[in-house]
Ligand binder design. Structure first.
Ligand code: ADP
Ligand code: MG
Length: 639
């Protein structure tokens, strides 16, 4: 992953580069996913044999392997323990986040090892990234069957509020599915593109997105061809599913006297919900209908009118409007400044929802394009623009500010939200203790002033700072954000020229080994290709270790005794030779051998550095108090 990050920042594919393989647009939704392809500026949803463009974002792990879509959804009734739905909610999430979700998702988690959450399905321990990759793989296959060509690249959409970790997780999932992500695009931005708003006059637009389980409202400002996200809001637990529940409960209440105290089974509840969903969707076209509900072996028909439905869902519709009001006021906007409203999400087909949106914004919303397909269509247009060298290249902006922790748990913002990306910015910091030899750089994302209120992305130590008096060191921390909003951070001490470049991975990203393991397991995309990539990654890692050793020896060779020097040299030669060869296991083993041989040396160096810097402090104290390690430089400058 580190390797990929090295290659990707700011890279925009060259025009006409994608002619061998096709590039598509993908809306990877919580409830449904959609894939679309655009040629000559005309995007089209790729449908299955039955004409449906919506693939339920549901994966079932059967004894014959994973199944995606309606087939997986069907198993929710009989074997719910093998089925994963709504996995998007877990993308990029860590143990702490998941605690707040516990109970709202129907499967078991393991968040014990601190890093990425695992779903426990049978004897599998799956990361959300792997589950999402199954969905993407199914979409890719569907598209290839449809287009008769290989599909290898995609623009994938993500919610505007997705942070770095969630974006990276989405990218990893695509990579596992054999798709190169040309660009991650915000869902509301994609919807605006589908309506051609990028070609419109500059202005402010609202995107109202009510899906199956989530509600998002985004306010976009279009200016000089750039969509800025002025404000976002929403409710991660409000959507069409709530409408289904309201209908199902209404029906169950009808039959309560007859059912008595006997509880209904999980499978009956699921079937009732399915029926409620069909009823709701049918009433978008009709005024009333009779719908079957099977309970305790007996099926009865229940009448539902549009009027009754409106009343049942009223509280949720009102709640979305209250959130819109709040977001518009947070953005310090007057409703009259909003030029248009775009409807997104299957639940905006409900007539009452449309009426409520129209009445709040005071103008008829844009709704000519299918609301559940509009995001994928916009993504497809962007994919075409990126591969065919169109002039309507979209510039996106950073969704949330990035900064680092400074003394006292405060956040010093380095790159502000809404900065057009790709971007590189640097800021200088200094030490606050005499002789401080190392500092912990803690990278956070968010809008709030204190670390506790922001999201922690990564921590790394910049070690080997020569002893200086407090405030004399000039530590330049550089943030580089690529076109997908993904971040690489490096830090360097300037006055002495001690440079240390550290690639930062969000704490919840997959580790290199994990990614390799998963890649190895997935035989979808050319084994040889994959071997090659893994070999290269191992070589790069080997070279990194050799370089690190070289600089350590240059500085501190005197700390070695003869026997140790000999062991290290032998291991170094072994690694140098392994890198020349083609055997990545050998490289890996050689890296480990060298690290093992050099470990006592590295530990002595580290000890000395820390002792020099932190006389009178314990190491634990140092580790636990990153806030004490950085001080904003009074003479800071930005690139
Ligand atoms: P997501 O963005 O969450 O993946 P979608 O935008 O596909 O989801 O929306 C799915 C929701 O839209 C479901 O609750 C579904 O019942 C609802 N929906 C789809 N079609 C209709 C319709 N005709 N009338 C009412 N609701 C609908
Ligand atoms: Mg959606």
């Amino acid at each position: 992953m580190t390797l990929l990050q090295l290659h990707e920042p700011g890279e925009t594919p060259l025009p006409h580069e994608g002619e061998q393989t096709l590039a598509v647009g993908i809306d990877l939704g919580t409830t449904n996913s959609v894939i679309a392809f655009s040629a000559l500026g005309k995007p089209e949803v790729l449908r299955d044999a039955a004409g449906s463009g919506l693939i339920p974002s549901v994966v079932a792990y059967t004894e014959h392997g994973p199944v995606v879509g309606s087939a997986a959804q069907a198993r929710l009734v009989d074997a719910p323990e093998t089925v994963v739905s709504s996995v998007k909610r877990l993308m990029g999430r860590g143990a702490a986040d998941v605690k707040t979700l516990a109970g709202t998702l129907p499967y078991r988690f393991d968040a014990a090892d601190g890093g990425m959450v695992r779903l426990l399905i049978g004897d599998r321990r799956l990361t959300p990234v792997e589950v999402s990759a199954e969905i993407l793989r199914a979409l890719k296959i569907q598209a290839e069957q449809h287009l008769g060509r290989e599909v290898a690249k995609a623009v994938v959409t993500v919610p505007a509020y997705f942070d770095d970790a969630a974006r990276l997780a989405t990218k990893d999932a695509a990579r596992l599915a054999g798709l190169e992500v040309l660009r991650l695009v915000n869902e509301p931005t994609a919807a605006a593109l589908a309506y051609g708003l990028d070609k419109a006059a500059e202005g402010i637009y609202a995107v109202y997105d009510l899906g199956g389980g989530t509600f998002d409202i985004s306010i976009l400002r279009l200016e000089k061809g750039i969509f800025q996200v002025l404000a976002t809001g929403g409710d991660a637990a409000l959507g069409g599913d709530d409408f289904d529940h309201a209908i199902a409960e209404h029906w169950l209440a009808d039959r309560r006297s007859e059912l008595g105290s006997e509880p209904i089974t999980a499978s009956e509840a699921k079937q009732t919900l399915n029926s409620a969903r069909s009823a709701k969707e049918a009433l978008t076209q009709r005024e009333a209908g009779d719908f079957p509900v099977m309970l305790h072996g007996k099926t009865t028909l229940h009448r539902l009118t549009r009027l009754a439905l409106d009343k049942l869902i009223q509280p949720w519709v009102e709640k979305t409007i209250a959130i819109c009001r709040q977001v518009v006021s947070d953005a310090r906007l007057d409703l009259s400044e909003i030029q248009g409203v775009v409807l997104v999400g299957g639940s905006t087909r409900v007539p009452q929802v449309r009426r409520a949106v129209e009445s709040f914004f005071g103008k008829p919303p844009l709704s000519d394009i299918n609301p559940d397909e509009v995001v994928a269509l916009g993504a497809a247009l962007q994919a075409e623009a990126l591969t065919q060298g169109s002039d309507t290249l979209l510039l996106d902006v950073l969704p949330l500010s990035l900064g680092i922790e400074t003394m006292g748990g405060l956040v010093e913002k380095v790159v502000d939200r809404n900065t057009p990306i790709p971007v590189a910015k640097a800021q200088e910091f200094t030490t606050y203790q005499d002789g401080q030899a190392a500092m912990l750089v803690h990278v956070v994302q968010g809008e709030r002033e204190t670390v506790a209120d922001c999201r922690s992305l990564a921590r790394f130590v910049l070690a080997g700072i020569p002893p200086m008096t407090a405030g004399a060191a000039r530590i330049r921390v550089t943030f580089q954000v690529d076109a997908d909003g993904l971040l690489t951070v490096s830090a360097a001490e300037k006055t002495t020229g001690v440079e240390q470049r550290v690639e930062v991975k969000p704490s919840y990203g997959l580790s290199e080994e994990e990614m390799a393991r998963i890649l190895e397991e997935s035989l979808e995309h050319g084994r040889a290709d994959m071997e090659r990539r893994l070999l290269i990654e191992n070589r790069v890692e080997g070279q990194r270790v050799l370089l690190a050793l070289q600089s350590a020896l240059a500085a501190d060779a005197s700390m070695l005794d003869a026997g140790e020097a000999e062991r290290i040299e032998k291991a170094r030669l072994g690694l140098a030779r392994a890198i020349e060869g083609e055997d990545r296991d050998r490289i890996k083993a050689a890296v480990e051998a060298l690290e093992e041989a050099a470990r006592p040396f590295a530990e002595r160096r580290m000890d000395r550095a820390i002792r020099a810097g932190l006389a009178g402090h314990s190491i634990d104290e140092f580790k636990g108090d990153p806030g004490g390690c950085l001080a904003p430089d009074p003479e800071e400058e930005k690139l």
